[in-house]
Design a protein around this ligand. Sequence first.
Ligand code: GTP
Ligand code: MG
Length: 302
Amino acid sequence: MPINASYEYINAEKVYLNSKTLAEKINALREMIKTAPKHKSSENLLAELKTRLKKYLEKQEKSKKVGKSSVKGIRKEGFQVILLGPTNSGKSSLLSRLTNAHPIVSQYPFTTKIPDIGIMDYQGVKAQIVDLPSIGNELLDLGIVNTADLILIVLEKIDDYERVNQYTSKSYGKKIIVINKADKLSEQELRRLEEKIKSKRLNALIISSITDYNTNKLKEVIFQSMNIIRVYTKEPHKSPSNIPVILSQYSTVKEAAESIRKGFSLQVKETHITGPSSKFPNQKVGLSHILKDKDIIEFHMK
Ligand SMILES: Nc1nc2c(ncn2[C@@H]2O[C@H](COP(=O)(O)OP(=O)(O)OP(=O)(O)O)[C@@H](O)[C@H]2O)c(=O)[nH]1
Ligand SMILES: [Mg+2]
């Protein structure tokens, strides 16, 4: 146990040591990283925890690839997000907001009869989004709920949450509650709903597919749950590339170099980082330095 460990950390460590499934281990490790003391002497511990988490995430990723969805005709492409909820909560409307797809939207119940698929592009990162027939529709095939990477539980009323959540008991994807139709709420009702989310510590976001309220925030939240980072490479004295290198979370400088070209890290003499993982601009770091989203990485070659 690290010195000055907080009560939260000790608790998270206990949960970790007792966890059996991969998903439990991942959640507990995330909590440990969040609550670990952030001082000089615990840097090694933090790095070690992050490496361990990364290994588990990769293991989970591998096991997902063999998982098959029973919904015919939907090929899982990269990160898969599904929209699950009662009829008329606005799933198809949301799909058309987040992606290039144009599903049928109507005020009548059970409009969506077969899944609609769209691709979300968030600053160069892509995710597949699948809009499903609603809960209660006999055409809803729940197989995909179990294999999706992320489940957006789309509701108009927060009170519907439990009813919908029952259908996710066998899923291992993360879950986010999306409360749609914020435009129908008064300022006061909106504040009250926000308070409720806070006090119940729900992982929920209030949006409107009509006014676009918080839909960009939702894209950001989806991106964050993908456990990936974008780093931008840069040559000395030039501006950074616009196209990000996509890496899994907690990747090191060495892994970034190797993702450019196998053996590239052996040719690197020095690396400089500017961004969230650097203490100051242009910080010189070693190959084992752990990167963060939006870092700019400058390699000096031998
Ligand atoms: N006011 C308001 N209405 C919305 C919003 N989003 C969707 N709607 C309306 O709600 C109704 C249902 O929207 P859909 O997107 O078809 O709902 P769905 O969840 O796909 O429902 P299914 O018919 O079961 O497929 C439509 O009349 C939409 O225009 C929103 O943010 N605000
Ligand atoms: Mg629909």
